[in-house]
Design a binder for this molecule. Structure first.
Ligand SMILES: [Zn+2]
Length: 382
């Protein structure tokens, strides 16, 4: 770049060259400083928010959040927290990415659909590309009490899609004494409520018809695409507030949003003295949501069953190798395709079948796989 044009006069030319060199040196210093500032102070705009500041940002950087469900709400929450500079994320979701997810779930792409990628795996890849400083642990399995009892975190976000899992989370929060932020989306209507169930209302206090909601888990009424980021922004706002200053979080109100009528309301929720969940704790958390028979994970096209037997993963690897079927090996499970269906088999015997339209077809695929494995084991032992 030249700010002075050279002339025929040698003295003037010399002065011009000196000025140009000085100007280039100034630009280089300015650009270099700007680059260093951006690198050093990535969170400058958030630190300028008076309620957060550098101290609040430091708290966010040191915090761990467990995101239960990496679907519509979970992907938006994970992305916002990653951009906000969260220190650690724990992602729990058993599902793979399907085409119908893309309408409302951020982070995922058509390439993820084509490769039948696990949601937690795809999310981690995209989140790491956004902010490589965030530590992300992934659990490609249904949420169980073990996650909530054994993992260390500061807060959980309820980004689940069914009330059976929400009931599990609510009870675990009471037993293990942690706080979480409930959120839900259906149609054009969303809910958000911070829950600290030891001293404040639990989810069952807010929704005394929780048992009925569990029975209607699979009756999806769809969700407006634009509702999800709206509800997620409120949920993540509560989360950041909690990490920075938990003593001022309001645990006694349910926030409702409607992105069609564009209305927002806040309802006070009282801790029910006769709440069957938080007032009367004569129950224990189910260790797992799995059952012996094949069942649908509500709101998804994923089916789960826990198989009995020993060395199932080893036997399945041998079966797949014998049929020249490729498979991916992970720490606790293997992933493969069998008769056109994507499946994951875990070391504890749990089998997940993905992307199947109905339970009957899923059961047929499961029985085919089970029969093939059984036949292979019989041949090997004879
Ligand atoms: Zn309660």
């Amino acid at each position: 770049m030249c700010i002075f044009q050279q002339t025929g006069n040698s003295i003037i030319n010399c002065v011009c060259q000196l000025i140009n060199r000085a100007f280039k040196a100034y630009l280089a210093i300015k650009v270099g400083r700007k680059g260093r500032e951006e690198k050093m102070n990535r969170y400058d705009r958030q630190e300028r928010v008076k309620q957060i500041g550098q101290i609040g940002q430091s708290k966010i950087r040191q915090a761990t959040i467990l995101i239960a469900g990496v679907g519509a709400l979970g992907t938006y929450a994970a992305e916002q927290l990653t951009r906000a500079g969260i220190g650690h994320l724990i992602l729990v979701d058993p599902d793979t990415v399907t085409l119908t997810n893309l309408q409302r779930q951020s982070l995922f792409t058509e390439a993820d659909v084509a490769s039948h990628k696990l949601k937690v795996t795809a999310a981690k890849e995209h989140l790491t590309a956004i902010n490589s400083a965030v530590d992300i642990q992934v659990y490609p399995e249904p949420l169980t009490d073990s996650h909530l009892a054994d993992l260390t975190f500061d807060l959980t976000l309820d980004c689940l899609d069914n009330y059976s899992a929400r009931d599990l989370l609510n009870r675990a929060a009471i037993i293990h004494g942690f706080d979480y932020v409930f959120a839900s989306c259906a149609g054009s209507f969303g809910n958000v409520m911070p829950i600290s169930p030891i001293k404040h209302p639990c989810l069952n206090c807010a929704f005394p018809n929780l048992a009925d909601l569990k029975r209607t888990d699979c009756d999806l009424i769809g969700v407006n695409t634009a509702l999800v980021p709206l509800v997620s922004a409120v949920q993540v706002s509560v989360a950041l507030h909690y990490l920075v200053d938990p003593s001022t979080v309001d645990f006694d109100h349910l926030i409702t949003l409607d992105n069609w009528s564009l209305s927002q309301q806040k309802f006070q929720v009282l801790k029910a003295p006769d709440c069957p969940t938080c007032a009367n704790r004569n129950w224990s958390v189910t260790k797992s949501t799995d059952q012996e028979s094949l069942r649908v994970l509500c709101g998804t096209q994923t089916y789960a069953v826990t198989q009995s037997g020993k060395h199932l993963v080893t036997a399945t690897k041998q079966l797949l190798a014998a049929h020249k079927v490729p498979f991916n090996v992970f720490k606790n499970f293997i992933q493969f395709h069998w008769m056109g269906s994507s499946m994951s088999l875990f070391k504890n015997g749990k089998l997940l079948l993905y992307g199947i339209a109905d339970l009957q077809t899923a059961d047929e695929r499961y029985q085919q796989f089970k029969a093939a494995l059984s036949t292979y084991q019989e041949v090997q032992s004879s």
